[in-house]
Write a protein that binds this ligand. Sequence first.
Ligand SMILES: Nc1ncnc2c1ncn2[C@@H]1O[C@H](COP(=O)(O)OP(=O)(O)OP(=O)(O)O)[C@@H](O)[C@H]1O
Ligand SMILES: Nc1nc2c(c(=O)[nH]1)N[C@H]1C(S)=C(S)[C@@H](COP(=O)(O)O)O[C@H]1N2
Length: 196
Amino acid sequence: MSEPLRIGLVSISDRASDGTYRDQGIPALEDWLGKALSSPWQAVERLIPDERPLIERTLAELADHAGCSLVLTTGGTGPSPRDVTPEATLAVGDKEMPGFGEEMRRISLNFVPTAILSRQVAVIRGRCLIINLPGQPKSIRETLEGVRDTDGAVRHVGIFAAVPYCIDLIGGPYIETDEAVIKAFRPKNAIRPRQA
Ligand SMILES: Nc1ncnc2c1ncn2[C@@H]1O[C@H](COP(=O)(O)OP(=O)(O)OP(=O)(O)O)[C@@H](O)[C@H]1O
Ligand SMILES: Nc1nc2c(c(=O)[nH]1)N[C@H]1C(S)=C(S)[C@@H](COP(=O)(O)O)O[C@H]1N2
C-alpha cells in the first residue's frame, strides 16, 4: 500500500483572503478533484493574499513539509501589479514544466479571448508538481478537464490528463481517475491494474 496522495490547494486572492468576498477557489478545486479522482487523496488548504514572499513560503512548506505530491494554485496569474503567482512559483521551482502553461492557455482560448493574459506556469520542486490555474473559479474545471462538445465528447483534453504520469515520474503515489471526467494518459508499460 503506497502513501496516500496529498494535494495542496492554494487560493491566492487579496479580496477572498480579507473577506471582501467568499473564496470560491478552494471549493471549486475540491469539487472538481472529488469528481475526477478515484484513488484516495487528502487536501491541504491555504487561502492567502497576493504577497510574493508568503506565496513562496506556502508553496515550499506544502512541497517540503506537508508531503504534497501536487499543489494547485488559483489566482494571481494576470498582468495586474499585485499578480505575482508565476514569479513566486518559478522562484521555488527546481525545474520548469512549460507545457502545462502553454496547454492551459490554448485550452482557455476556447472559453475566453483574454486567456492570453494568464501567465500561469508549472514547476517541479523536489517530489512535488506545482501548477498555477487562473483565478476565475470556473477556469479551474475548464483547464483541468478541457473542452467538451455539446454532446459531452472531449474536444480538447484538459491538462490533468498528464498529471498522474508526471507524479509517477517524480516518485509520488499512483493516481487513478474517473475516465468520465478526465482520462489519465500513461504509456502502456506504466499502467497498473485498476484497484478495486
Ligand atoms: N478566490 C476567489 N474566489 C472567488 N472569486 C475569485 C477568486 N479569485 C478570483 N476571483 C474572481 O476572478 C477574477 C480574476 O481573478 P484575479 O486573480 O485576477 O483576482 P484579482 O482581480 O487580482 O483580485 P483578488 O486578488 O482580490 O481576488 C476576480 O476579479 C474575481 O472576480
Ligand atoms: N479557462 C479560463 N482561463 C482564463 C480565464 C477564464 O475565465 N477561463 N480568465 C482569463 C483572464 S480574464 C485573466 S486576467 C487571466 C489571469 O487570471 P488571474 O489573474 O485570475 O489568475 O486568466 C485568464 N484565463
